[in-house]
Design a protein. Sequence first.
Length: 255
Amino acid sequence: MTRAIIALVLVGLLGLVTAGLALARGGPPASQKGKGPTKTPLQQEWIQEVFVDYVNPSHAGPGPHPDTESSSFKLTQGGISWFSDGDVKYKITGAEGVTGGNTAIEAAIATLDGFITTRTFTRDDGSPSSNPCGGVNTVRWAAIDGSGGILATASVCRNVATKEIRGFVVTFDTDETWSVTGASGLPDVENVGAHEFGHMAGLNHVNGPKDGCLTMYRFASDGETQKQTLGLGDKLGLDALYSTGDTSSGPGCAS
Ligand SMILES: [Zn+2]
């Protein structure tokens, strides 16, 4: 096994890269030529951005809810996006204990699909599209960290050089008691889902108190549904990535 292959396997075990090519970048410095083997840096072709999303912490109160939507947005890695191509197929697994959960997930993806002008997203549990970072595009229900704390995570697979997004895995924590109706005291599937699929589209978090009613605000509160619909900053971010032309405000903070 060559040094390059060993290095790739080690990196893969760390979960930082699961597929792709390892390409030696450049050659040894002139001063080292003729001195035997040298270490050459590896260039990963595909890596994953992993976002971990928490319920609004108690010390932060019920969550900031300003009167107007802010225009804030932040692009992941300064701008990663789905390039133009056909249908992106994904599967949903493990939702047996969450009645109505899959319908809510599909609704959340449809919200972002309307703004990702370069692709369409279709649920196909039988033949989902492959993910260059490993496996296939998946939304799954799985235990993460017990009740509270982490609600969901999103792994977004992108090409290092081109910044093209071409895969995702979103995980909802089955240790939570989920609602699909915005019930008080419970996290709402579509509310959290729209946020996760915002990451899938290429959006990062916004954190300021004035950003509290945007879909990409960092935390989600129990009983909250306002993230189901995109706010002004969310739309401006998606326009920057996909030239949607929609720079209008959303339906407001309470919607
Ligand atoms: Zn997030």
